[in-house]
Ligand binder design. Structure first.
Ligand code: EPZ
Length: 428
């Protein structure tokens, strides 16, 4: 199993290209199931989760080619991938595939809308919380689907979905994606209230509209969708990854230095950038990206609470805790989205961090020094918080179980070593 070796203490200077967003690419790829024509996606990141979804879509009959060639090992930045779901050969998504990646449950929306049926495995538990699918079931039922849950599978049927008004009882990114896709091919108008406002939802709405859908209001909490009879092919660009952007911004705030995050968009993560600026880093959005600088002065502690967009994202909570471990004082970090997203706390403690948990709040007492140690990655964002801490720690940090990082960070070690960090992958 691969490991990452870091020797901390170097400032970061230079530039880091920001990849396409994993969490935008995944729903756009799933939208290809809605049409028999080709959906072309530009700026698709090369990540384990993207490759896994390619396999899952292939199971349903989606053909793909990368930059015009069928080539799984292509590692170029900003890949263009063409997806064609000419014939849906299977409307079943098996447990073996869905349990590996929760987002693959989302195929239920387009499969049901286009084929009139879908049988999709329940995703099962995951490291960051129980993550139920009740909102998907509720929402699709509101569009007229008959749904049974049997033997670990959700069976959904509807000759044709019918538009309706649906109020999400809780904000959910995935359920908003699925309802937008399903309602696009429903008969009549759907109004979604309390919808997720994340930039990835807006990117999916742009994609659906480019395919001939009529989706209005994405980015606000009310989304209106006028159903159409069919969707067609389109070409759409995946937005830059706001979580990768925030992660590197926090790494620079941690080590000090001056880095240009090429292609990053400040409007996608304003609340996180405001918080990073309060810690003492200088954030300058430019035409080509976001410049992040911090001089030798200490890190100011800041309290944060995770919230749905436009609030501070849960996907940056672990990284921010990494940064706060060396702040000049106490900070409180409250997680409100997932109930079990503090597994990095024990691992950060191995590097010398002082963190106490009180329910859903972590109280971080900043220390003046972290010391390198072997640590274990537990999930995607938790593992990169260990990298951030390792970059500032004295001596050697070894991050084990790097496959978590590979799910969502493209060429992490190259991007950081290109800015002066001592970081390498040890294979095997
Ligand atoms: C998306 O997950 C992201 N994943 C997550 O990123 C992100 O943490 C999350 O949104 C919140 O921003 C992708 O986009 C692929 P939710 P999603 O439905 O859609 C509860 C990462 O690291 N809920 O918005 O699955 C749920 O348990 C990942 O890249 C229900 O109760 O998240 C959670 O408490 C991790 N019932 C809350 O809603 C449901 O039916 C928000 O989850 C659905 C969700």
């Amino acid at each position: 199993m691969d490991r990452i070796r870091i020797v901390g203490g170097n400032k970061l200077t230079g530039s880091i290209p920001i990849s396409g967003a994993k969490n935008a690419a995944l729903p756009l790829m799933i939208a290809s199931l809605l049409t028999e024509e080709t959906l072309t996606l530009d700026n698709v990141p090369h990540l384990a989760d993207v490759e896994q979804l390619i396999r899952i879509l292939g199971n349903h009959g989606v053909d793909y080619s990368v930059n015009g060639r069928r080539e799984e090992q292509n590692t170029a930045y900003a890949r263009t991938i063409h997806f064609t779901a000419h014939d849906i050969v299977d409307t079943m998504a098996p447990y073996e595939l869905v349990s590996k990646m929760r987002a693959s449950f989302w195929v239920i929306g387009p499969l049901l809308a286009r084929m009139g049926e879908a049988k999709v495995s329940l995703p099962g538990g995951c490291a960051i919380g129980t993550r139920p699918v009740d909102l998907f079931i509720d929402g699709l039922q509101a569009l007229g689907a008959a749904i049974d849950v049997e033997n670990g599978y959700v069976l959904a049927k509807a000759k044709r979905l019918r538009g309706n008004r649906y109020v999400f009882p809780k904000v959910s990114v995935g359920a908003t994606h699925v309802m937008m896709m399903a309602a696009s091919l429903a008969e009549g108008e759907t109004v979604l209230e309390n919808a997720a406002r994340e930039p990835e939802v807006v990117n999916l709405a742009e994609c659906l509209n480019a395919m001939g859908a009529k989706v209005y209001g994405a980015g606000s909490s009310t989304i209106t969708i006028e159903g159409v009879d069919r969707l067609h092919g389109a070409r759409v660009t995946v937005i830059p990854d706001r979580i990768e952007t925030g992660t590197y911004a926090m790494a620079i705030a941690m080590t000090g230095g001056d880095v240009m995050l090429e292609g990053a968009r400040a409007d996608l993560l304003q609340s996180a950038l405001d918080v990073i600026a309060q810690t003492g880093a200088e954030i300058t959005p430019t035409n080509s990206g976001i410049r992040v600088m911090r001089n030798g002065a200490g890190i100011t502690p800041v309290d944060v609470t995770t919230e749905p967009f436009p609030g501070f994202p849960t996907d940056l909570q672990a990284q921010f805790m990494g940064l706060m471990t060396m702040a000049k004082g106490r900070s409180r970090i409250t997680e409100t989205i997932f109930e079990n997203r503090f597994m990095h706390v024990q691992e950060l403690a191995r590097l010398g961090a002082h963190i106490n948990l009180a329910g859903q709040t972590a109280i971080v007492e900043g220390v003046t020094k972290l010391k390198g140690a072997p640590v274990m990655a537990t999930d995607l964002r938790a593992s990169v918080s260990l990298v951030i801490a390792g970059l500032a720690a004295e001596g050697e940090t070894i991050v084990n179980r790097v496959y978590h990082l590979d799910r969502g960070f493209e060429r992490l070690e190259q991007k950081l070593s290109g800015c002066g960090a001592t970081i390498e992958r040890i294979s095997g």
